[in-house]
Ligand binder design. Structure first.
Ligand code: ADP
Ligand code: MG
Length: 346
């Protein structure tokens, strides 16, 4: 008799998470929310504790031939801070776990922690522990973060309501373009080691890829303005994928307008001219921008309508099966997620 074997690629990353979630039950009263948002929510009196974790693996998430270890350490913290921000919380502590192969020296670990400490300082986070182990090949860095938020201010992916306005911070697609530029340089260097890296014109995009920031500034500003988003998620997998998460979890449909998607002019030009790829596709399906996507009640619009770094890209409607991008020509196109699915067969 042959045992059944299913490929993970058939389920995909999200399918696998759904499967795990389906077999997990929460038993403790303090476990207010488990799998399925940017962070878990733990009851602690009038406050809620937020808990999340993210792992970066060499060869999958980063390539050390063009990623300085300081930047890698910084980014590993940022991706966690971003998940705490996406719950409307403030990060307070992290623990850092490392898998190291013998390729890495003490000095290399020092450089990694230089970046980790810089991020901790920037985001007022304390490094309070971790774990160190050896790895058969390559570097694995896994960070868990703990944050805090008033229990009435937790913002889930599931709170979007009909007629809410869809908002996105910063600009999108840059991190993906940065990665393409770094990869192109690497290939050129491998073909011709005499070549000097040519990154001068692409600093903005390369910076977006190698040294992203979490938008805690926006979380503080929204709090000051007395705005609590109805739903929120951070953009780690691309705008399309995150919009579909909000749509699915909130049981609503979302309509966005192509000409409202924020794309920096440098990103636009580099995508269209240098790399010959559609900038809008980069914004929709490229990952790792770590901007925030959120929905607000229309009554809050006045308070942020002139904000330089918050863009209003669409609205929420009641047909949960209809998530549409309205093109510049006015044609509606169904939004599909192609974000980073680590288990997708290529
Ligand atoms: P994000 O992109 O915001 O980090 P993910 O897509 O990684 O979110 O995860 C979505 C949800 O699934 C989160 O609640 C996360 O904690 C949970 N999750 C991811 N992987 C696992 C796993 N292996 N076991 C249990 N829960 C998981
Ligand atoms: Mg997230």
């Amino acid at each position: 008799m042959t045992e059944k074997r299913s490929e993970i690629s058939q389920l995909g990353e999200f399918g696998l998470i759904e499967r795990i979630k389906g077999n997990v039950q929460l038993g403790n009263k303090t476990s207010l929310f488990g799998i399925g948002d940017d962070a878990a929510v733990i009851g602690a009196g009038d406050e809620s504790i937020l808990l999340c974790t993210d792992m970066l693996t060499e060869g999958v998430h980063f390539d050390l031939s063009y990623t300085p270890l300081q930047h890698l350490g910084y980014k590993a913290v940022v991706v966690n801070v971003s998940d705490i921000a996406a719950m409307n919380g403030r990060p307070e502590q992290i623990v850092v776990s490392l898998g190291l192969s013998n390729r890495f020296s003490v000095e290399a670990v020092d450089m990694l922690y230089e970046g980790i400490r810089a991020a901790c300082k920037n985001y007022n986070v304390d490094l309070v522990g971790g774990d160190t182990t050896s790895s058969a090949s390559g570097l694995v860095i896994s960070i868990a973060a703990l944050g805090r938020v008033n229990k009435n201010k937790v913002t889930y992916r599931s709170g979007a309501k009909v007629n809410d306005i869809v908002c996105v911070t910063g600009d999108l697609g840059g991190a993906y373009i940065g990665l393409q530029i770094l990869e192109r340089n690497k290939q050129e260097f491998l073909a011709n080691p005499e070549m000097k890296p040519q990154l001068e014109n692409f600093e903005y995009m390369v910076g977006r890829q190698l040294k992203p920031e979490a938008r805690m500034d926006i979380i503080f500003e929204l709090a000051e303005l007395g705005i609590q988003p109805t739903a929120m998620i951070d953009i780690s997998d691309g705008l399309a994928s995150e919009l579909l998460h909000i749509s699915k979890n909130s049981g609503v449909g979302i309509k966005i307008f192509e000409d409202k998607i924020p794309i920096d002019s440098k990103v636009y030009e580099t995508a269209a001219i240098e790399l010959n790829i559609d900038p809008v596709t980069c914004a929709l399906n490229g990952g790792e921008d770590y901007e925030l996507l959120f929905t607000i009640n229309q009554s809050d619009f006045e308070k942020i309508k002139n904000h330089q770094d918050i863009h209003f890209i669409g609205h929420v409607h009641d047909n949960a099966r209809q998530n549409l991008l309205i093109t510049k020509q006015g044609t509606p196109i169904p939004i599909q997620a192609q974000g980073w699915n680590h288990f997708r067969e290529t």
